[in-house]
Every structure is written in C-alpha cells, then in structure tokens.
Design a protein around this ligand. Structure first.
Ligand code: SAH
Length: 253
C-alpha cells in the first residue's frame, strides 16, 4: 500500500503575520489540501472579519479552531519536528530542502510525531534567531524574485504534502522523537557546560551552539537519547566540581 504524509499530525504556524487577509487565505489553502491545524503567533492584525472573508465558509472551522500564541517559544514546545520556510538563502540558512523533498522526509516522521511548519512575516521573513527552532528549512524554488505571498507559500507547501505518495517500500515509521522543549533544555544545558569547560567561546556561545544545533538536527533524537546527553552534561559538571573540591587542576587556567 502506498504511504502518505499523515496530515492530521501537521500544523501550519504563521509567525507575526501582518495582514489578516493572508491568515484567511492560508486557512483556505490548508482546507483545500486537508490540513486543519492553524497556529497564529503574535499577529500584527487579527481582524476576524477580514480573516473570515478570505477563508470563505469552507475554511471557517480552520479559523474557529486556530490557536493563538504570543511567541514561538510558547507555540512550539510540544512539537517533535519543526520546519522553517524561507525565501532567502545563504548565511546560516544551510539545511535547505524543496517542498517535495520535505514531503518525502516527513512521511515516516508524521506517523508518530507532531510536525510544525513555520512561515515568517510578510515584510522580513523568519530571522536567524527564529530559524534556530527549526530542524529543517524549506525553500520554494522560483525565478529571480524569490519572495512569494505568504498564503501562496502556505499553499505550495501544503499541496506537496497532500500529493506526496511513496511506493510503500520504505514504509517503516520513524520513532517518536524528543519534543522541542526537551531539545531546548538540552541545548541550554550543553551550552552551559561547554562554556564552563572552555570548549566554546563564552564571548559568542550562540555561534558555536549553532553548529551543535545543526549537527543534532540531522539526527532523529528520541527523548531517551536527549536524557543520555543531559546525563553526560551533569556528569561533566559533577566531575569538574569534584576536581575543584579535591584541589586538582583542570589543566586549563
Ligand atoms: N521579504 C521576506 C519574504 C517574506 S514572505 C524575505 O525576504 O524573507 C513571507 C513568508 O512566506 C516567508 O517568511 C516564508 O515563510 C514564506 N515564503 C515566501 N517565499 C518563499 C519561498 N520562496 N520559499 C519558502 N518560503 C517562502
């Protein structure tokens, strides 16, 4: 039997959308493609009349059930896999996929995991800081002018997820992954311990942590594996503290 992306486990996240019409048009595109969960984060204008006009009656229930948050940090903790979308390339925006390749990647993940696909504001897109929440980045290929209308970008991504089928040969679902909250707590602890053992530069720890984030984002880390890494950090801390108490030099000034 051919495999399909489990769209029940996919949420569309609009981060700081400026125009309520785009929220409505995104809801309609989602309804067209069978994706129901819409999350709106810190909307700059949430005029429901304008949203509903663009959603049309067909997508009113997507709008009625949409969840609203003040920040990405509040919206994403329960998600196991977070995808960012970007019109711009280069710089820290390295792990880039097209929507159809994303669909192939999400098929096994979507069986047991909650997936968020995050879209940025119309004026400036997602910042590098916001992209750090993402396991993967997607770029919709275009001619020279790369910036799509927000709702049209939602449509292209939802369309690819809806259409994708595999032949069922690689049908094994990915395991349940660690959620965003567990990963963020792990990164905070890693950053702390790596600074204390002078492995990363305390003047610019986030630069170095980005490499770790990119490295770990390529691994489908499970909750248990995150616990092992956190246990390792605690042990390094404990050992450093023990050496200090016992009067041993760490070998570094
Ligand atoms: N001026 C912004 C574009 C914002 S468009 C910039 O240069 O980044 C609003 C949002 O639509 C983007 O943040 C992204 O989520 C989505 N989007 C627009 N064009 C896209 C493209 N070519 N590929 C992927 N996402 C795109």
């Amino acid at each position: 039997m051919a495999g399909k992306v489990n769209l029940n486990n996919v949420s569309i996240v609009l981060h700081r959308p400026r125009y309520p019409e785009n929220i409505g048009a995104a809801a309609r595109a989602m309804r067209n493609m069978g994706i129901e969960q819409l999350i709106v984060v810190d909307a700059q204008n949430c005029d429901l009349t304008k949203i509903c006009r663009m959603a049309t009656h067909a997508a009113l229930d997507v709008v009625e059930h949409m969840q609203v948050y003040d920040s990405l940090e509040e919206a994403l903790p329960e998600f196991h896999y977070v995808v960012g979308t970007t019109a711009r390339l280069g710089g820290q925006r390295k792990v880039i996929s097209t929507p159809s390749r994303l669909a192939a990647r999400l098929l096994p993940i979507s069986a047991l995991n909650q997936i968020a696909i995050v879209f940025g504001p119309e004026d400036r897109g997602l910042t590098n800081l916001e992209i750090r929440h993402c396991h993967a980045l997607v770029h919709i290929p275009t001619a020279e002018f790369s910036s799509l209308n927000l709702a049209q970008a939602v449509m292209v991504v939802c369309y690819e997820l809806f259409c994708y089928r595999d032949d069922g040969k690689d049908a094994k679902p990915a395991p349940r992954l660690a959620n965003r909250q567990a990963l963020d707590e792990m990164y905070a602890q890693l950053k702390d311990v790596l600074m204390r053992i002078s492995f990363i530069n305390p003047d610019n720890p986030d630069y170095f942590m980005n490499n770790f984030r990119q490295f770990f984002s390529r691994l489908p880390l499970r909750a248990k594996e995150v616990s092992i890494i956190r246990g390792l950090c605690r042990q390094i801390d404990w050992y450093g503290e023990k050496c200090r108490r016992d009067g041993h030099s760490s070998g570094k000034d």
